[in-house]
Write a protein that binds this ligand. Structure first.
Ligand code: PAF
Length: 279
């Protein structure tokens, strides 16, 4: 496995490759990321994982400075699952000048849910992913379904820009108690870590109520948020959406066969966690 820090070196290492599979990450890796690499390995070409904490997708009060940079440990983990290249550019390498050209995803998809609570987040994500795609030129790119809205936004970007990349969504990996693995779980104290699984429980409760006509959608969502609030969480949203466009289903869709997903984001202490569940 080679660790590469510059775009020029990456391009020369990958020259002539037509089946590169790519796993973009911000590092501080866990089993969820490794499952993405294992998926990438199935595609027969070299596997590149990028490690880059992307300033553009953080708001000023968020955890950009605090975000753990753990390259040595990440490299060991990536080596253990057969990754071929790590692309770990510096900020000066990826953004040698202020990034004035940006990729703005459609507000109808990107300004709701995460985009409502983290304005500009998906522009930051799309801009860096577009740039990383230009550097790596992959045939396949693997993203986690844990970041459900991100996966949708990137799939749309790739489709609308006719990029010759197959985007694959890989299932969320969970801890034994059901907590979705996330780099941010590392911020949780011991008691918070025990409590953290309550987010996925609240989503399960919302999912099991979702198809029943006895309550309105608003009542069900309020009950799910209350369940967490009573346990000391500060929920941003717990909501039922259509999988197709992440908009609220009509009552007929909700009680019928429309593919749906529940999504949630909530703060436990100073840690903001997200999760989702398809139904
Ligand atoms: O999901 C992430 O870790 C990041 O949003 C990504 C896709 C690596 C872009 O910085």
């Amino acid at each position: 496995m080679r660790i590469i820090h510059t775009i020029a070196e990456l391009r020369s290492a990958l020259a002539g490759q037509t089946r590169t599979a790519f796993v973009p990450t911000m590092g501080n890796l866990h089993e969820g990321h490794l499952s993405l690499v294992r998926e990438a390995k199935k595609h027969g070409g070299p596997v590149v994982a990028s490690i880059f904490v992307n300033r553009l997708q953080f708001l000023p009060h968020e955890d950009f400075d605090q975000y753990p940079r753990t390259l040595e440990r990440d490299a060991e983990l990536l080596r253990s699952v057969g990754c071929n290249f790590i692309f770990a550019p510096s900020e000066a390498e990826l953004y040698p000048e202020a990034q004035a050209y940006k990729v703005a995803p459609p507000p109808a998809l990107a300004d709701l849910l995460e985009g409502e609570f983290r304005p500009g987040f998906f522009t930051g994500v799309c801009t860096v992913v577009m740039k990383l795609f230009q550097c790596v030129q992959p045939a396949v790119a693997v993203f986690g379904q844990k970041d459900y809205q991100q996966l949708k936004v990137i799939t749309g970007m790739v489709r609308q820009f006719a990029m010759p990349i197959q985007v694959i969504g890989a299932p969320t990996v969970r801890a034994e108690d059901g907590l979705a693995l996330s780099s941010r779980n590392g911020y949780l104290g011991a008691q918070e870590r025990v409590e953290a699984v309550a987010l996925s429980h609240a989503l399960q409760h919302l999912a099991s109520a979702a198809r029943k006509p006895d309550q309105t959608l608003a009542q069900m969502e309020a009950a799910a948020a209350d369940e967490l609030r009573q346990r000391g969480w500060a929920p941003d949203y717990l909501t039922l959406r259509r999988r197709s466009d992440l908009m609220a289903p009509t009552d007929a869709q909700r009680c019928g066969a429309e593919p749906l997903v529940v999504l949630g984001a909530a703060r436990l202490g100073s840690t903001r966690l997200i999760d989702n569940l398809e139904l």
